[in-house]
Structure formats: C-alpha cells, structure tokens
Design a protein around this ligand. Structure first.
Ligand code: H2B
Length: 97
C-alpha cells in the first residue's frame, strides 16, 4: 500500500461528494433520520470494510454518522481510503428507512 502524495489526494478528492480533508484524513458526515438508520448504515459498511481489510473511524450522534478515513499502515491516505469513501457513499443510499 502506497501513501498518496498531496497532489494525488487533491485530484482524487474532486471525484467525491461531501468529503473534506481534515488533519490529513478523509472526513464526511452522513445524515439519516434516526439512530436505527445510523446503525443500519454501519451494518452495511462492516462486511465491505472487512473484505478489503480497511476500516473507518466512526462517531455516531443519533442520526449523524461522522466518518474519518486514514491508512494507519502508511501514516496517511492511500487508495483504499478513496475506495472505501466511494463504497460508503454508495451504501448510504441503501439504508433502510
Ligand atoms: N484500517 C485502516 N483504516 N487503516 C489501516 O491501516 C488498517 C485498517 N490496517 N484495517 C489493517 C486493518 C491492518 O491493521 C490489519 C493487520 O490488516
């Protein structure tokens, strides 16, 4: 796994919606309607994270799920963070109401 350069990060982040850089991590707040939906979202994320062996840092605030992505193994961002960010965006559209 390769640590991405600042130029690579600035280019890749343009393809993502709602993600920002915060302390060299990719960050996004997902908003749902209630706590159950927040949990359902993370239930959808779990098998994907395990399958690529890459896991988000998450905080749940009732109906908001704040996600931070970083690659501890490289001490920065890697392609896996961008893969997971895209996948989480996709999964957030499938949360049960
Ligand atoms: N998740 C994240 N976000 N960063 C990592 O560096 C990482 C991980 N490393 N999940 C994996 C697990 C590693 O610790 C195991 C041993 O494969």
């Amino acid at each position: 796994m390769k640590k991405l350069s600042e130029a690579e990060i600035n280019s890749l982040i343009k393809n993502l919606k709602g993600w920002t850089l915060d302390n060299n991590k990719l960050k996004k707040e997902f908003k749902f309607s209630n706590f159950k939906q927040s949990i359902n979202f993370l239930d959808l994320v779990e098998p994907v994270a395990d399958s690529i062996d890459h896991h988000p840092d998450v905080c749940i605030y009732y109906n908001r799920v704040v996600v931070e992505l970083t690659t501890h193994d490289v001490g920065g961002l890697s392609d896996l963070d961008f893969q997971l960010a895209e996948k989480m965006d996709e999964l957030s559209a499938h949360v049960k109401t």
